[in-house]
Write a protein that binds this ligand. Structure first.
Ligand code: F6P
Length: 319
């Protein structure tokens, strides 16, 4: 019988629970032993490892956060930390480790695999910054949360003829900002990947003002600038009163969307079935509309480009 373990690592993302559920239920379906590791790689080193059963994952598909808790472990990043992690897996007789997390978690898993640990990676992060997949678990929910907030901010901005700069998460990437900007009907978006044409944005705001429209929403990725500074500059250049809102951690919480639940369920099941077939050190992916998987080192070496066509259309249809 195969014995596998699952952990969640890095920033939590809505849908991680759905992925844990799929891993646990699939493992049990195939008569495998399944262990949950609490608090990510830090918990692995601390031997926070417990056997899971069908009821451990009952009633969690709709919950945000992660029942296994998460962490960013500095100690795990050291050679000694990883050796400890490997030792813990050996002590518990774990044949394969399933890691649900983002880019940093993938790198940690790759280093473990180089030390002889069999790993599987499932992309879970709101940032959508895992190159080997078009969508990560949690991104869709975070975008919907941001869009909901932008709609509310639009209402009050219109009522007071104000601008509002809305800061969203995304670390060094602009996926949340771009998708939330286009879906939220924002007047502009600012992304780390593309230098913002600030003069163009001010001109557009002034042109709208001349037409009688005083309110505007600008969605700014956290990697593209500081929202209050941007709001101040907008006021200085346009004379339009401009407020700032940082959406912050609300983007990480909440019940996952159906899309994220399905992505998580399929990827969780796929990871376990691949372990059974002896195919380890793979990264689960949803690419070009299909579920697939890549060799982990190949996956980490991939590059993902932000959709510049989406950016072009966003700018063309915003006013
Ligand atoms: O990776 C998810 C994320 O929410 C990023 O968007 C953000 O930059 C970061 O995590 C915040 O991390 P922390 O939870 O450590 O504040």
């Amino acid at each position: 019988m195969k014995r596998i373990a699952v952990l969640t690592s890095g920033g939590d993302a809505p849908g991680m629970n759905a992925a844990i559920r799929a891993v646990v239920r699939t493992a049990i379906f195939y008569d495998m032993e399944i262990y949950g590791i609490y608090q990510g790689y830090a918990g692995l080193i601390e031997r926070e490892i417990r056997r899971m059963d069908i009821l451990s994952v009952d009633d969690i598909i709709h919950r945000g956060g992660t029942i296994l808790d998460s962490s960013r472990s500095k100690y795990f990043m050291t050679r000694r930390g990883k050796e400890e992690a490997k030792k813990a897996l050996e002590e518990f007789g774990i044949d394969a480790l399933i890691v649900i997390g983002g880019d940093g978690s993938y790198r940690g898993a790759l280093e473990l695999s180089a030390m002889g640990v069999e790993v599987m990676c499932i992309p879970g992060t709101i940032d959508n910054d895992v190159s080997s997949t078009d969508y990560t678990i949690g991104f869709d929910t975070a975008v919907n949360t941001a869009v909901d907030a932008i709609s509310k901010i639009s209402d009050t901005s219109a009522a007071h003829n104000r601008g509002n700069v809305v800061q969203v998460m995304g670390r060094d990437t602009g996926y949340i900002a771009l998708y939330a900007g286009i879906a939220g009907g924002a007047e502009s978006v600012m992304l780390p990947e593309i230098e913002a044409d600030l003069d163009g944005i001010y001109k557009k705001m002034l042109a709208s003002k001349n037409m009688g429209k005083m309110h505007s929403i600008s969605v700014v990725a956290e990697g593209a600038g500081e929202y209050m500074q941007i709001a101040d500059d907008m006021f200085k250049h346009t004379g339009i009163e401009t407020k700032g809102t940082n959406l912050g951690y609300i983007q990480r919480g909440g019940s996952p969307s159906a899309f994220d639940r399905i992505l998580a369920s399929v990827m969780g099941a796929m990871a376990v079935e691949l372990v059974l077939k002896g195919q380890t050190n793979r990264a689960m992916s949803f690419k070009d509309g299909k579920y697939t998987h890549f060799d982990l080192s190949e996956a980490i070496g991939m590059k993902k480009e932000l959709d510049s066509e989406l950016y072009r259309i966003m700018n063309m249809i915003s006013m």
